[in-house]
Design a protein around this ligand. Structure first.
Ligand SMILES: *Cc1c(COP(=O)(O)O)cnc(C)c1O
Length: 487
């Protein structure tokens, strides 16, 4: 700013972009000395986020990026309501309880109480924590009552876990035992999981809608294997189902599949209301099969809001608007409406999966699409001569606004790089055709490259070092022999 600029003073009439503030930098380290007009403050914040991708073109996220106007209005109207003030807003607590009843029913809960046992959460992360903690405390209480040590708890999960389970393990110091996902066993192998159990196992976590692949663990087979194990050993190891995605897909698109409370050892399930529950972030749900599976020590009572309030969640205050949004969706769509939306997302996902699988450079990961998301990799033959990688394609697609992530798979098949598309409400056949055309032209452009891209060079270098080359017809086992892919 020169001297003259410093002498200038904004007035009421000064336009936003004629203001002095627009010549100064937005605060980074310190709160500004004085106030700024709301118009200018608004514009500065808005402009800072302006160049980001459009949420609707973000196919990386599982989280809702579209709700209708009425839902948006309802949620905005409740933006000033804190859920925890149950005494002041008793109807919101009741609405949350009604949502839990509805979700418990979708998951075939056998509970006879009028209000089913569950809790609202800020997302599946909080809901997973609560499910995991309950399993841990149940195990601990049992061990205490048997006068056995209870200082070395563990849980079993596949390497396809979402990061929340690593947090659960670290924060509560509960050992995480992982069953490898490989090209032979692309979901949790039930017998392998049970073989990892011992008297210190608090639960096995099965995943419906594995974040990495979109596939479902076979909970019915796991339940069977676990039942045999429990009856043989006298242990009472239960299953927590992390159905962050699948919890709102399976009841509508595959109601026959047994993965929920119909199974003997499934004691708790979580889902993300803000994923296929069709609500904006942050909303999660956890439900227990019965009140007796939620340890009483997890319910805290507070009295300073004007009445005794019991709460289970990790967070105290939380927005109420999401609960209104969820209840609205239940009323607005009903079972049939949810089914139509989820079926459309499935149809679009399957179509894109098919089309991409047919493009020369690509190879589908699995034949089945069981949730509205899928992954694919580069065809190994094509990769031999390609001068680009899927990471390059990710950047290329960003130029046209799409966010399609490329990432390497978890441990044991980490040399495999894939891309993922999550199809959800807000996506249409027309949009997916635009995306496919953009992928096609990005590929054509990259096929004209004369020299390999930096990511390709890096890939070749690491292949040389590790000696591990992933081929889609199989991964190499320890002896270096190829193993066959199930796809
Ligand atoms: C998304 C996801 C989570 C975390 O859920 P949030 O709602 O984002 O907290 C946990 N587990 C699985 C399998 C997920 O896909």
């Amino acid at each position: 700013m020169d001297k003259n600029e410093k002498l200038r003073k904004d007035t009421f009439e000064t336009s936003v972009y004629g203001s002095i503030e627009m010549l100064s930098k937005a605060p980074v380290d310190k709160i500004p000395d004085g106030p700024t007009s709301p118009q200018i403050a608004y514009q500065m914040v808005k402009d800072e986020t302006f160049p980001q991708t459009q949420p609707r073109l973000n196919l990386a996220t599982f989280v809702t990026t579209y709700m209708d106007e009425y839902a948006t209005k309802l949620m905005n109207d409740a933006i000033d309501v804190n859920y925890i003030d149950e005494t002041e807003y008793p109807r919101i607590a009741k609405m949350s309880a009604k949502c839990i009843n509805i979700i418990a029913d979708l998951w075939n809960s056998p509970e006879q109480n009028k209000w089913k046992t569950g809790d609202v959460a800020i997302g599946s992360s909080e809901a997973c924590m609560l499910g995991g903690i309950a399993a841990w405390l149940r195990w601990r209480d049992k061990r205490k009552s048997e006068s056995k040590p209870y200082d070395k708890p563990n849980f079993v999960i596949s390497t396809g876990y979402q990061v929340v389970w690593e947090k659960f393990s670290q924060l509560w110091q509960i050992e995480m035992r992982t069953v490898p996902i490989t090209m032979d066993k692309i979901t949790l192998d039930p017998q392998d999981a049970v073989n990892m159990c011992d008297e210190n196992t608090i639960c096995i976590v099965a995943i419906e809608g594995v974040t990495w692949t979109g596939l479902n663990d076979d909970v019915e087979a796991l339940d069977k294997a676990l039942d045999e194990y429990n009856s043989k050993t006298g242990n009472e190891i239960s299953i927590h189902v992390d159905a962050a995605s699948g919890g709102f897909i399976l009841p509508f698109v595959n109601p026959e599949l047994k993965w929920d409370f119909r199974l003997k050892w499934v004691y708790s399930i979580n889902t993300s209301g803000h994923k296929f529950g069709l609500v904006y972030p942050g909303l999660g749900w956890v439900v227990w099969k019965d009140k007796k599976y939620l340890p009483e020590t997890m319910s805290f009572s507070v009295n300073y809001l004007g009445a005794d309030v019991t709460q289970v969640g990790l967070n105290f205050s939380r927005p109420a608007g999401q609960i209104l949004g969820q209840y609205y969706q239940f009323i607005r769509l009903g079972f049939e409406g949810y089914k139509e939306v989820q079926q459309n997302s499935m149809t679009i996902a399957k179509y894109a999966h098919d089309q991409i699988g047919r493009m020369k450079p690509f190879k589908a990961f699995s034949e089945d699409v069981v949730n509205p998301l899928f992954i694919w990799s580069m065809d190994p033959e094509y990769a031999k001569t390609a001068k680009w990688t899927l990471y390059d394609l990710q950047y290329k697609l960003q130029e046209s606004g799409w966010m399609i992530p490329a990432y390497s798979m978890p441990k044991d098949i980490e040399e495999m790089v894939v891309m993922r598309i999550v199809s959800k409400q807000g996506m249409s056949m027309d949009m997916v055709d635009m995306l496919l055309a953009d992928i096609q032209s990005a590929v054509e452009e990259m096929e004209k490259l004369e020299y390999p891209t930096p990511t390709k060079i890096a890939e070749q270098r690491s292949e040389k070092i590790s000696g591990k080359v992933y081929t889609h017809t199989g991964t190499r086992n320890e002896k270096g022999q190829k193993t066959q892919v199930k796809s």
